[in-house]
Write a protein that binds this ligand. Structure first.
Ligand SMILES: N[C@@H](CCC(=O)N[C@@H](CS)C(=O)NCC(=O)O)C(=O)O
Length: 226
């Protein structure tokens, strides 16, 4: 039981989801938690700002230790609970190198994805251009093809950094789930689709699946032409 931990999160936020997956993988259930609404602006509340002055989620605390960056929180959990639950950082140097490499490349995937999915949210109405959206989509395609190639090289049934589930999957899987939720055609990205199918039913992923995705499994088909 993780009674000395508190996570404030928002449903469907990939950074929040990462921390929740890591907590599940390390058998740290039973933590204090509160889910807030981005739509209602609750992430800008005093309660959040006290933990995370950026007014962003996740806001995570273990005792007096504050970790609001999802990468930091996941790495901290693995390091503090190394022998508990599933090991998320491989010991072998080559496997560890690939794991860190993919994990941090996850930033590019996440950025490219949100530049398309959240274009309207990020760019004020008068400044939006079809040409910019087209460029963002082209960048996302390039990025997705990279990951498709990485998975192709590793072979069937692989996780992002090899034969075992690792911190790279904890960090990157939410972005993969996002692109399929937004209509990415599985037939154009068969390796990514295979990876998505392999990981989506894992216990830690199911336990932390965004609640509003369960209520509303259908989403926009914004990525259907990719
Ligand atoms: N680098 C942070 C990013 C956190 C983040 O961008 N959270 C988003 C939700 S996905 C948020 O709170 N956005 C609201 C805002 O920036 O006002 C992390 O990885 O934890």
């Amino acid at each position: 039981m993780a009674k000395d931990m508190t996570l404030i999160w928002g449903s469907g936020s990939p950074p929040c989801w990462r921390v929740m997956i890591a907590l599940e993988e390390k058998n740290l259930q039973g933590y204090n938690q509160k889910v807030l609404s981005f739509e209602k602006g609750e992430h800008k509340s005093q309660e959040v700002l006290e933990t995370n002055p950026r007014g962003q989620l996740p806001a995570f605390k273990h005792g007096n230790n504050i970790l609001n960056e999802s990468y930091a929180a996941c790495m901290y959990l693995e390091s503090q609970f190394r022998s508990q639950g599933n090991q998320l950082i491989p010991d072998n140097a080559a496997e560890q190198a690939l794991m860190y490499q993919r994990m941090f490349e996850g930033i590019a995937l996440s950025d490219n994805m949100s530049n398309v999915i959240y274009y309207n949210y990020k760019v004020p109405e008068g400044e939006r251009h079809d040409s910019a959206m087209k460029r963002n989509k082209e960048s996302l395609v390039k990025e997705l093809k990279l990951w498709e190639g990485y998975l192709g090289k590793l072979g069937a049934g692989s996780y992002l950094a090899g034969k075992t589930f690792s911190l790279a999957d904890v960090i990157v899987f939410p972005s993969v789930a996002y692109v399929f939720r937004f209509g990415l055609p599985a037939e154009h990205y068969p390796k990514l689709a295979e990876y998505y199918a392999l990981v989506k039913d894992r216990a830690s992923i199911k336990a932390s699946w965004p609640p509003h995705w369960l209520e509303n499994p259908q989403c926009q088909d914004l990525l259907k032409d990719l």
